[in-house]
Ligand binder design. Structure first.
Ligand code: SF4
Length: 499
């Protein structure tokens, strides 16, 4: 499919139009030059004074069939340039989505919301003093979000505020993410910094020495400035890929360095790959009062696990889950993925039945996304995935199942190239929600990233303005310059907190 767009000059608007086009057509090229003739020609007309009004007229070249949509922003007074651009964007997206909807007959349940954090938008509206019904109306009429998704957003935001009542007041505290970039092997869909633990990508020992340094220096700064830590999260890679002794030394360093660990609301360690879990490592997690771990089946179909290169079996997931339980870990999360290659509703049903026998405290249900750098995307033709309709049915099955089991949705995010333009949802039993997941999604406080591939997100107290800083992804580069990265972050933190 080729679409020629006329009447749009601004680069950010062009990006949105390309993105929205992809929601409707799998293989689409968008042209901006007048002389190019696409299968569809969409002409925009935009007025910005005295109010923002846009019209999109779509013509199918082969038949001459025309569709037209006009939309004007309901309330519109004086505005600055930045706000003006935002309103323009909304109106342009609104008419474009509507005209494509008319032409294709396809529904887009998220409307023009293409960002990854729709719940953040709802929080912003609440913080701006909007009433719930006003928010509802704006999401429906301007953003074109479906009733069902609005209800989901409301449910999640309400849950988040029950779990973290002071969510909007935590901007002078921080959370900490620690990235361990090793895994037993690399999965086919993975784009995380994950290097084979026995590979040649820089030694584990030197990486851990750098990480100890980062923890010590950052902890010293936090103590001196009396900045409290809300949550700590070990991710990666698989943080349980290192030995029990290395884990023990690492947590000891964390307790020695960070201020007031007894006040930290949550300490999570991902133990995603069941093939890394041993009784010795569980004993270390218990020793250091780790609150929450993840053991990730992704699917309960052995053939799927093999196809995506997980290198562990369903039986091993179940065995390690019971081991962790029997040794006293009572807050276990499991990740599932909808739409893995070769899977449809039948396989999903099987996976949900298997999960029912385990009943982890929380579940994160991802929809497969084809990320640019993954092996799966590079060999896309090799991996057969379910149709958009089947993915939507699998999503629905999962959401009914979680409701039936008493799980509540508590966080949500979306990704580019996600199958069926759906979402990833975190569910939990009441009081078993991950506070870190809420903090990272809603961007209400700074997250300091330590270790490989760890991205720091600095949220300016008071304004919420976000800047980022990334540690290198590969252990080699990290090992060479960890001191530099640590000091850069401390400099940024000092500016941010005005100390
Ligand atoms: S276990 Fe997770 S981090 Fe490791 S390779 Fe697989 S998807 Fe990537």
């Amino acid at each position: 499919m080729e679409i020629t767009i006329k009447g749009i000059e601004q680069e950010p608007h062009k990006q949105n139009i390309s993105h929205l086009s992809q929601l409707f057509f799998e293989d689409v090229t968008v042209n901006w030059e007048e002389q190019k003739k696409g299968d569809l020609i969409v002409q925009f007309q935009l007025e910005t004074m005295p109010s923002v009004v846009a019209t999109a007229t779509l013509e199918e070249r082969s038949t001459g069939v025309k569709k037209e949509v006009l939309f004007s922003y309901p309330e519109f007074g004086k505005h600055d340039r930045e706000l003006g651009m935002k309103l323009e964007k909304r109106v342009i997206n609104h008419v474009y989505l509507s005209v494509l909807k008319q032409y294709t007959g396809m529904e887009q349940s998220w409307g023009i919301l293409t960002g990854i954090r729709p719940t953040k938008l709802m929080h912003q509206m609440l913080r701006a003093g909007m009433a719930r019904d006003e928010i509802h109306q704006e999401l429906k009429e301007i953003y074109l979000v479906s009733e069902e998704k609005i209800a989901l957003l409301e449910r999640i935001v309400t849950r988040q505020l029950a779990v973290v009542p002071d969510l909007y007041e935590l901007d002078r505290a921080v959370s900490i993410y620690i990235g361990i970039p090793f895994c037993p092997t690399k999965c086919a869909y993975c784009t995380f910094p994950a290097y084979a633990i026995n590979g040649k990508n820089g030694s584990v020992e030197s990486f851990l020495a750098g990480l100890h340094y980062e923890i010590e220096e950052t902890g010293k700064w936090l103590r001196e400035q009396e900045i409290p830590v809300t949550t700590v999260y070990f991710g990666g890679g698989t943080p349980t890929s290192i030995t029990a002794e290395e884990m023990d030394a690492l947590y000891e360093k964390m307790y020695e360095s960070f201020p007031n660990m007894s006040m930290v609301r949550e300490l999570t360690v991902e133990a995603g790959r069941p093939d890394t879990i041993t009784p010795e490592k569980i004993a270390v997690l218990k020793k250091w009062n780790v609150d929450r771990i993840s053991i990730n089946p992704q699917s309960f179909e052995n053939d799927t696990l093999k196809a995506i290169g997980r290198h562990h079996s369903v039986e091993e997931t179940v065995e390690k889950y019971h081991l962790a339980r029997s040794l006293g870990l009572n807050n276990i999360n499991m990740d599932l993925i909808i739409g893995l290659p070769g899977e449809g509703t039948k396989e999903m049903e099987h996976t949900l039945k298997a999960t029912e026998k385990l009943m982890p405290e929380s579940l994160t249900v991802h929809t497969l996304s084809f990320k640019r750098a993954s092996t799966m995307t590079k060999n896309k033709e090799k991996y057969k995935v379910a149709s958009r309709e089947e993915i939507a049915r699998m999503m629905e099955m999962t959401s009914h199942w979680t409701d039936k089991q008493g799980y509540e949705p508590y966080y949500l995010y979306r990704q580019k190239n996600i199958l069926g333009n759906l979402e990833n949802v975190g569910y939990a039993f009441p009081e078993k929600e991950s506070i870190y997941n809420i903090m990272i999604m809603e961007e209400c406080q700074t997250i300091i990233g330590l270790g490989c591939g760890a991205a720091s997100k600095f949220v300016e107290p008071g304004t919420g303005k976000i800047t980022r800083f990334a540690n290198p992804k590969d252990p080699h580069s990290y090992n060479e310059r960890f001191e530099h990265y640590t000091q850069e972050k401390i400099k940024k933190l000092t500016e941010l907190f005005g100390v």
